[in-house]
Design a protein around this ligand. Structure first.
Ligand SMILES: [Zn+2]
Length: 495
């Protein structure tokens, strides 16, 4: 424990200031070597040719991630935070790369956590050639206590309870952005490497019940979140529970915020078949939530449901669906997991129209996209019976702006069906402008190639003789030549 001492006037007792590293010179050799080892294995990736390069001699790496010139070997790309990226070799001189590391230190049984920053740069004023230099500095030092932590450099105190207030909402749900903000407080990414060689020293500190040192091998290979090293182990009983069961992926990735209700306790009870599965595949938080929603030993089903866990939750809330049947339906129709978003959207539309969400024909339509678009249209018409009439009227008035040259035509979207069709073909959200279009609050056009008039090319939104947006399929921007044509056209339009 820290020593109490009298202040300078011998009036009050105060804690003795903890000794800590002041500069890079105080950082132990082992820690510097740990940083150096990670840093030297980080490859360089260039956007201009999509290849990996040696960050030292700038040679292109071989397929085995080895440098043909200096024979260093590099880590394969796994985590996007763990790679240096630049547009080209030439632009390296203007690049600054920042990397972060966490290091625990124990001083008189008190726990300090150092956040170290490594700055890598190629802009060496002493040489004309690109030359990699690395500098390490102390970004912040956290003095951790059971209830919160002090920033020794910024001189602030934060309690874990104040983080709770942000994280947990009144209705029992949680706001994960809070954790994201916490993890990004000192570093640019939400995770960093942890020095693990001294984790055993935490045994005689406030960490004694957390058993965090047991996860040494797991932590060695992965970048870790700050919240998982500070807030989770010191503030959540569930963290200890997950650690005891060696569910490291869950413990270090949000799993600790589970309330440990009867369902959690069932899934995580000793000798439970689900617990064995969790351990075997080292489930993360989303996979666990999927399992919680639908207890199953079918790993494919868990992958399917955890692909977009937020949407899966919403689907369950709206339709209380049988997930096995849903997965089979997706497989039969060759829909990818990405289509779960459209599926949810479809269910919501069906619900708004008063359809029976227990009816199999409603739950599993023959053609999801077509049915989705049909319901969307129905919904619009119910909202405004005259919407199609109004669109046709606006479109007719825009026919004056019809454009045609050797290769292209530009014409207004003619009616509601035309609008829905364009959105489906282009995979864009033009249909959500239907109401505005009907009320003459925006103008919608399609640009088509004369060689293929049936196929969509560019969707254009114009208003007051200005282009609001022009998008190709999947919301991609048109090429320069096409943009020029559109810009010239918009100068000529009459209303
Ligand atoms: Zn090299």
């Amino acid at each position: 424990m820290r020593q109490l001492k009298m202040d300078d006037n011998f009036q009050n007792l105060e804690f003795e200031e903890l000794e800590h590293w002041q500069s890079v010179n105080d950082i132990p050799e082992d820690v510097l070597k740990f940083i150096d080892d990670i840093s030297k294995r980080r490859a360089l990736y260039l956007y201009n040719d999509h290849n990996f390069y040696c960050p030292f001699c700038l040679s292109k790496l071989r397929n085995n991630f080895r440098c043909p010139k200096c024979h260093k070997s590099f880590k394969r790309y796994k985590d996007e935070n763990d790679i240096m990226t630049s547009s080209s070799i030439e632009s390296l001189r203007d690049c600054y790369f920042e990397y972060y590391y966490y290091v625990f230190d124990i001083q008189s049984e008190e726990v300090l956590l150092y956040i170290l920053e490594e700055d890598i740069s190629y802009n060496n004023p002493l040489t004309l050639e690109l030359y990699r230099t690395s500098n390490i500095k102390i970004k912040e030092i956290l003095h951790l206590t059971q209830n919160g932590y002090y920033e020794l450099l910024n001189k602030n105190y934060y309690s874990y309870k104040s983080i709770d207030l942000e994280l947990f909402k009144k209705d029992g749900s949680y706001n994960l952005d809070t954790l994201f903000l916490f993890d990004n407080k000192y570093i640019d990414y939400n995770s960093a490497y942890l020095y693990v060689d001294n984790l055993n020293d935490l045994k005689d500190t406030i960490y004694r019940y957390t058993k965090i040192w047991q996860a040494k091998d797991y932590l060695k290979k992965k970048m870790v979140r700050l919240s998982s090293l500070v807030y989770a182990p010191l503030h959540f009983k569930s963290f200890e529970y997950l650690m005891q069961n060696k569910l490291y992926n869950l413990a270090f990735n949000e799993g600790y915020i589970l309330k440990m209700d009867s369902k959690d306790k069932m899934l995580l009870s000793k000798n439970n078949k689900y617990l064995k599965m969790l351990i075997k595949y080292n489930f993360g938080f989303d996979e666990y939530l999927a399992l919680r929603m639908c207890p199953t030993l079918d790993l494919d089903l868990i992958c399917f449901l955890s692909f977009n866990i937020e949407i899966t939750k919403k689907i369950q809330d709206i339709a209380n669906i049988n997930f096995v049947k849903l997965k089979n339906y997706f497989a039969e129709h060759k829909y990818s997991e990405g289509m779960l978003v459209e599926y949810y959207d479809y269910l919501k539309l069906a619900q708004d129209l008063g359809f029976d969400l227990k009816d199999k024909k409603v739950l599993y339509p023959e053609n999801l996209i077509q049915e989705h678009d049909k319901l969307y249209l129905d919904n619009l018409v119910i909202e405004d019976k005259n919407i199609n009439k109004k669109i046709k009227k606006v479109a007719a008035s825009l026919m004056d702006n019809y454009y045609e040259d050797e290769n292209y035509v530009i014409k207004p979207i003619l009616d509601l069906e035309d609008l829905i069709d364009e959105g489906t073909k282009q995979h864009n959200c033009v249909r959500t402008y239907a109401k505005d279009y009907a009320n003459d609050l925006t103008h919608l056009y399609v640009m088509r190639k004369k060689s293929n008039l049936a196929e969509s090319f560019v969707t254009i939104e114009e208003y007051h003789n200005k282009i609001i947006q022009a998008r190709c399929k999947y919301n991609e921007a048109p090429d320069a030549n096409t943009i020029k044509i559109i810009q010239n056209w918009v100068k000529t339009i009459k209303r």
